[in-house]
Design a protein around this ligand. Structure first.
Ligand SMILES: Nc1ncnc2c1ncn2[C@@H]1O[C@H](COP(=O)(O)OP(=O)(O)OP(=O)(O)O)[C@@H](O)[C@H]1O
Ligand code: SF4
Ligand SMILES: [Mg+2]
Length: 390
């Protein structure tokens, strides 16, 4: 995590940007019918995200399961083409790359996956796993240099050189994630997207892996996008944090600002579920309970996506007008702290108080009726019970 003075300000000037995501949407078609394969709707997994990450920065992306974090990560890495919008990495729009050009640029952006067991081929030794990527990018032509590099990589992630001859199943979960990190590092990337890098690990080793990512960043000048559903995981490693809800960012701030002054009702709810070490502060702080399920991204609510669960929801605007991510007029809150809520200032000043929320059925299709009536489950829970899909 970098600690420069500019961390508390608005997004970096153009020349500092490593990643510039503008208006990115990823919509998956829902098809039905055996013969005609009719498109009956869409899953609006990512629905209009602007996100900038400067060089050497760690950006934490948090949100509930199904809100579109992994899909956004994949769109950034060119693994899922955006339906709309642009992803510019180090000055190059990745949509302008294809074939060999894209393959060559892939070395600049690597992914660390959630489950190291399923992302590492069990039949390949660690040496072969690491050399594979290096070879693909022409980084393993000299045997002596490759061998030295492999030892260096293992040392960097805290594993002995003897690990090279072993296979993934011979390691613990934490060690396997270290191998996953070494594999990403092997091709000297500029950006690493770590998708839930510690959520499959025992709590006792989570901190070790997070610390390792931090150490490597300082040493190698890496830039990270760290995805997690748990705010506690990203807090210490992140310079800035983006909170995602149903395909869009609802709040973005430096890690400290977000924790001390959460302004969006959804962030307030997420944070009130994180226990505080100080029992007095714990007793005093606002408790916001999230009622109801995350609505299905195939039928997102109208207006503010959070209005079906928001304790501060108002009669005007909330259900009709989608709020944009904007700087707020709250004393002491820097311009870089942006919130997508029509009433953020009034809520912060206590002029609007929370009320009880009755869970609402999310049956409305805010994009009209041209896509059919029944287009998928009403919520993420329903989706898991009776999956529908393309
Ligand atoms: N290839 C696909 N086709 C159709 N729908 C998809 C596809 N990939 C993801 N989705 C849907 O898009 C939504 C967002 O999924 P995504 O995996 O990005 O969420 P997430 O925030 O990463 O969740 P989690 O925390 O569970 O990993 C979900 O409703 C998911 O079912
Ligand atoms: S815009 Fe309305 S519904 Fe959305 S978070 Fe703000 S108060 Fe809640
Ligand atoms: Mg995910």
């Amino acid at each position: 995590m970098t600690t420069t003075a500019e961390d508390t300000t608005a997004p970096a000037p153009e020349e500092d940007l490593l990643l510039d995501v503008r208006g990115v949407k990823v919509h998956f078609p829902i098809k039905r019918g055996v013969v005609l394969d009719r498109v009956v709707g869409h899953v609006y997994a990512v629905d209009g995200v602007d996100l900038q990450i400067r060089r050497g920065e760690t950006y934490g992306l948090v949100g509930e399961s199904g809100c579109g974090k992994s899909t956004l990560g994949k769109a950034i890495l060119g693994l899922e083409p955006p339906t709309e919008g642009s992803v510019v990495i180090d000055g190059t729009d990745i949509a302008s790359l294809a074939g060999e050009q894209l393959r060559r640029r892939r070395k600049d952006f690597q992914m660390v996956f959630q489950d190291p067991m399923s992302s590492l081929d069990p039949r390949q030794s660690v040496e072969s796993l690491l050399v594979e990527g290096m070879r693909a990018h022409g980084l393993a032509s000299d045997d002596a240099a490759t061998s030295a590099r492999l030892r260096e990589l293992l040392a960097a992630v805290g594993l002995p050189a003897a690990a090279l001859k072993k296979y993934p199943h011979e390691f613990s979960g934490g060690q396997r994630q270290r191998i996953g990190i070494a594999r990403a590092l092997a091709v000297e990337p500029k950006l690493i997207v770590a998708d839930e890098p510690v959520s499959a690990l025992d709590v006792s080793v989570q901190a070790q892996v997070i610390n390792l990512l931090e150490e490597l960043q300082e040493r190698l000048g890496l830039t990270y996008l760290v995805v997690a559903h748990d705010l506690a995981v990203v807090r210490h490693i992140s310079d800035r944090i983006g909170v995602m809800y149903l395909g869009g960012l609802v709040e973005e701030a430096t890690a400290d600002d977000l924790y001390t002054t959460p302004l969006h009702p959804y962030t307030r709810a997420l944070l009130s579920a994180v226990p505080l070490p100080d029992p007095v502060a714990e007793d005093r702080r606002e408790q916001v309970l999230l009622v109801g399920d995350l609505p299905s991204p195939s039928r997102p609510p109208t207006g503010c996506r959070f209005h079906t669960r928001c304790p501060w929801r108002q009669e005007t605007r909330c259900a009709d007008e989608r709020p944009t991510l904007r700087a707020v007029d709250v004393p002491g809150v820097p311009a870089g702290h942006r919130v997508a809520c029509h009433w953020a200032e009034e809520i912060e000043r206590g002029e609007i108080t929370p009320h009880e929320v009755t869970p609402t059925a999310t049956t409305q299709d805010w994009r009209g009726t041209d896509e059919g009536d029944a287009i998928g489950p009403a919520s993420e829970t329903e989706a898991q019970v009776s999956p529908t899909g393309p």
